[in-house]
Design a protein around this ligand. Structure first.
Ligand code: GLA
Length: 385
């Protein structure tokens, strides 16, 4: 049974009628450029073939009824314009936050009957929450034919996280979930939100390996990193760390705490690596990409301090197998979660075999491995050639 058919059956069981729309928004993996987005910097993610799928029908009133199949199989409902933060169904706050942002532009929005399903590993750093926000916004856009574009939808999703859920994330996850292109990665400039699609060579595979170490303290540590970056930008009287060069930073080293210096050094060098990675990617220069991804991981480990020993171990195991024929690094916010590997297809079996042998030996844990395909974003129109 296809995913769409499954959710249609579920919808029929819940509401005794057929849905008007079925919408999907993908999760993402970031190839390089982490903790740069909220510094107005560069990121290089791809949307992947898992995500959130929503079936919905219109309503005449302002009620939103939701059945969530994959967050503990629970249902809840709320009235547009009269809702508050939900401490019982935490997942529902992604809907409420997104709808609140949407209603600033469309105050007369009507309600909906909704069923949500998702197949993104949660807490793995693959942006299950951004895919949820984009799926909700796409659902209301389709139900009521709103003229909402993908970039605005991404900004609304980010607003939901920042102002409603309480995570001060950047825009990368929402933007790639909205605007990713099938079979492509995207170099995104998080300052002006311009982006360039970069085709992923057919001979390459994109692997995501989940360390299965649940992320802890994610929001508080994440928000702290962001504050530290902003402190350094303030020190330089700049809008964001994007505007500070490495030599400027080094010249001020004595005036900054040792921790703040390292945090800023990561961001500034990561921006340089991300721009260089696009060039290496386009030139199919795998040794260069491999090197940049290795440096990115080290910087996130030593200067930004967001990796775990399990993620570091996975990177070691994989890089022993792929050498400079591919790249591997942690991906996303960190503090647990996944590593990403980009490598020639013919190395995939060996990598999977070695991870399955060595990771349990070293850490007593089993990793989940996904071979991903770069997918289309929820708001990206299919281009007709
Ligand atoms: C999380 C956030 C993103 C980004 C990454 C780190 O995924 O949601 O905005 O900051 O961490 O690159």
């Amino acid at each position: 049974m296809s995913e769409n058919h499954k959710i249609e059956v579920l919808f029929q069981q819940c509401y005794q009628h057929e849905p008007d729309v079925v919408c999907h928004a993908p999760a993402r993996v970031n190839i390089i450029g982490d903790h740069t987005d909220y510094n107005d910097g560069f990121v290089f993610p791809a949307a992947i073939d898992c995500g959130t799928t929503i079936a919905a029908s219109k309503r005449e009133d302002q009620l939103v009824k939701v059945y969530s199949h994959d967050f503990g199989q629970s249902s809840t409902e709320f009235v547009l314009n009269q809702f508050s933060f939900d401490t019982e169904h935490m997942w529902c706050n992604y809907i409420k936050g997104s709808v609140q942002a949407l209603m600033e532009k469309y105050p007369n929005l009507r309600g909906a009957n909704i069923v949500v399903t998702g197949n993104v590993a949660q807490g793995a750093g693959l942006s299950s929450s951004a895919s949820f926000e984009m799926a909700i916004l796409k659902t209301f856009t389709s139900l009521y034919q709103l003229d909402l574009d993908g970039v605005t939808a991404a900004q609304m999703g980010q607003q939901a996280e920042n102002e409603y859920v309480g995570c001060n994330c950047g825009i990368m996850d929402q933007l790639i979930s909205a605007m990713g292109k099938k079979d492509h990665a995207m170099l995104l400039d998080c300052r002006d939100l311009s982006f360039e699609d970069a085709p992923i060579d057919e001979g390459l595979s994109l692997l995501v390996i989940n360390s299965n170490v649940k992320r802890g303290l994610v929001d508080s540590e994440y928000n702290l990193r962001r504050e530290q970056c902003e402190q350094v930008a303030d020190h330089f009287n700049c809008k964001a760390l994007r505007d500070v060069t490495l030599s400027q930073l080094i010249a001020e080293k004595d005036k900054l705490s040792e921790v703040l210096f390292r945090r800023a050094k990561h961001v500034i060098t990561e921006n340089e690596r991300t721009v260089a990675a696009l060039a290496a990617f386009k030139a199919s220069n795998m040794p260069a990409l491999s090197q940049l991804m290795a440096e990115s991981h080290q910087s996130l480990r030593d200067d930004f301090e967001v990796t775990t020993k399990e993620m570091d171990g996975l990177v070691d195991i994989v890089s022993e197998q792929i050498g400079n024929q591919g790249g591997v690094r942690m991906t996303g916010g960190g503090f647990g979660g996944c590593v990403v590997v980009i490598m020639p297809k013919d190395l995939v079996d060996t990598v999977i075999e070695q991870v399955n042998i060595q990771y349990p030996q070293r850490f007593g844990l089993v990793a989940d491995i996904y071979i991903c395909h770069a997918s289309q974003g929820a708001f990206r129109h299919t281009e007709v050639n």
